[in-house]
Structure formats: structure tokens, C-alpha cells
Design a protein around this ligand. Sequence first.
Ligand SMILES: *Cc1c(COP(=O)(O)O)cnc(C)c1O
Length: 364
Amino acid sequence: MLDRLLAEVQDHTRHFLGYPVSKDFDYSPLFPFLQYPLNNLGDPFVDCTYTVGSREMEKYVVEFFARLFRAPANDWWGYVTNGGSEGNLYGLYLARELYPKAMVYYSEATHYSVQKNLHLLNMPSIMIRTLPNGEIDYNDLEQTMGMNRHMPVIMLANIGTTMTEARDDIGRIKDILKRLAIRHHYIHADGALSGSYCSFLDPRPAFDFADGADSIAISGHKFIGSPIPCGVVVAKRSYRDRIARSVAYIGSMDTTITGSRNGHSPLFLWYALKSLGLAGLEKRARHSLSVAAYAVDRFRENGIAAWRNPDSITVVFPEPPGNIRRKWQLASENGWSHIICMPNVETSQIDTLLAEMTAASVMV
Ligand SMILES: *Cc1c(COP(=O)(O)O)cnc(C)c1O
């Protein structure tokens, strides 16, 4: 059964364009660590009685992203999560503890985990319309916030929506808050895919702490790549201090969502960041962007109405037939599908997919 599963995984990994998961990693130097029960129980920045873990690496990973996201020098904190969804849950949790009577705003194109998180946290929320590209409709947002001006605002901003990788502009959201004179607000940026490379774009999208975010969540297994789903959440340290609770049993602070925490994921992320560095990450982004540009051009040359948001690696096009969607694992919604040009995707894969799509349309 193991052999069969391995063959199946290898085969299915080859044709994989529809989900934002990088596959070009080699973590073999870390294999010996799979023999040990690494567990980063508790707060990464507070020592713990349980010492079989990778806290030093976790702190490095959090600091790397705190700097990249221009967090205030003495007011950042974070941890390695089990994925973007947990990072979003954490951001909303901090926001709720700060503003228990706030209204949450998020757009129609928001990831499905957010509604579930809001339900878990029992937070009132309003869904805002999106523009055709998947970005939040700022007029609808301003009008809706205006009707609830007496309530603090918790804004869930999408820094790359799941379907079209549209980015809500935190600068414009701050302008709206200013016009409405709403002083009590919290902005959480869901940067699951895009957040990992937005800092390298020019113009740089308004998405990070310097732009007005209070917390940012990314997925680790998406742009960077990891055999185990993981993520990073970075928040202002002062907010985390408000929820911190010391727990004698673990000899650390209970500041994260789960008790036991994966100690291997920080190792993978640390290894990737150390090997790539900022320059390597930027190079991955450039490669992805150029493959996405190539895909849009080639699709359009062949009569397929493909498009992408500015500086995004997600290419959207009318849904192809079922057999093609199944083979390439293409998600689809409302008649649209997408491919995500992750750093491991090459133009030859685009050519193969395109050839299959044009052959299919000739047959129809
Ligand atoms: C993938 C994704 C998430 C969820 O991240 P996981 O790592 O799968 O938990 C949240 N938001 C957006 C926009 C995503 O694309």
C-alpha cells in the first residue's frame, strides 16, 4: 500500500497547476529530525520545560517576516502556525480581545476559513461586495461602515484572494476609516499566498504593518513550500501581551491557538529562508510572474479569454472541460478556473495545458 500511495502521489504531483502549492523543495538534510518528537509547546519567545523542539528556528522565521512586513522595530511577535487559516483565526482572536464590540468587514471573495473563524469566535460581521477583479468594492465598504460608525471596525483584508489573487488596498481602507472618523480599528491582512512575495513588487501593494496592518497571516506551504501544511502569523507584540497567560504545566506562556505545536514546520521554513535568502525569494517571485505573463499571452493568442490581476501569479480563464480540470486539479467557481504559476511551474507545462485545451475546443 505504501508503494502504491507513493506512486500515486508522484504521479499526481506532476500535473498540478490549480492550487498554490510549491513543490520544488529538497529538505533531505532535515530527514534525521523526523526521528524525534519536536514540539514547540507554548510561546516561541518564552522558554518551556519541554525542550525537544526548534524554538530558535521558529524565532528566526518570525523575525524574518516581521522585518519583511515592516513591523514596528520593538512591537512585533508571532509564531509558526498550521497554515493560513489558523493565522487568520489568530488575527481575528486578537482583534476581538482588543475590540469586543466591533463589527467585522470582509469581502465576498474572502477565503472560506474566515466565515468559519468568525462563527467560532462568535463575532458579528458584514460581507462586502467585490469588484469584477475580486478586489473589495470600496464604495460599498465605505457606505456600510458609515451606517455602523458607532462600532469599532475589524477589517479582514485579502492580500490575494483565493480565486483571482486580488489585493484589497489597505491604504484605501485607511482613507475610508479616516473619512468616517473611526478611530478604533484593527486590520488583519490575509496574505496566504501573495503576502509572501508582495514586498518584492514595484509598486509595492499596500498590505503590511507600515501601511496599517495590525497582523498578517501567510501560508508556509504555498509560496515557500513545505511537505507539511504550515504558516506564519505576525502581530504587534502589545496585542499578544493582552491575551498572554502563564501556564505552570508547560513553564511557558499560552499565547497560541493549539497546545502542542509542530516543531518540524519551523525547521522547514527556517531551512528554506536560510537557503534562499531575500534574493532567492525575490527570484522565485520574478520567475512566477514571468510564467504568469507568458500564460496570459499564450492563452489569448489562442483565443482563450485569460486575464490576471496586476503583478499576480494567478491566471484566470473560462472553465475548461471536466477531464482537463480533473487532470490538472483546477478549481473552478462561477464558470471560471485558474492556474497558479508557482515557482516550480515552467512554461512547458503551460504549453501542454494549452494544447489540451485548444484540442478540446476543436472537438466541441
Ligand atoms: C489558502 C488560503 C487560505 C488558507 O490557508 P491554509 O494554509 O490552507 O490554511 C486563506 N486565505 C487565502 C486567501 C488562501 O488562499
